[in-house]
Design a protein. Sequence first.
Length: 156
Amino acid sequence: MTADDGSDDRDDELQARLHERGLRLTPQRQLVLEAVERIGHATPEAICAEVQKSASGVNLSTVYRALEVLEDVGLVRHAHLGSGPPAYHAAHDHAHLHLVCIDCGAIQEADIALADELVGRLAERYAFTTDVEHMAITGRCEKCAAAALTRSGPSE
């Protein structure tokens, strides 16, 4: 990586946030953060596979511990995109909704402002504070919806 890609700033931010909590920047934490930034919306298993490309000795439990620390210091976030493990993405990504296709598994990002009305109604009616970034909205992507319509034929 070169200084032009922002890696020096990210490394400085990572080191500063860890230092504030009395933690140090380990090679494993740095590799995990780099993998999350490269992949985006990745499970710990996928992150581990990515890290192992350059550091074969890193195991899944190390990745989970690193993700926990990186989330605690605000550098990664997770979302529950289905029934499996959470998916992680860089915290500096813009806030977004996760749209997950139930057929092909594709993940799309949508502007979080689209949920404003729902969030407002939940707050008004139930005094419930919603964190929509941690959840997934499931359905069918455009391609799978068209394929499903083709399979079922025109509706009567």
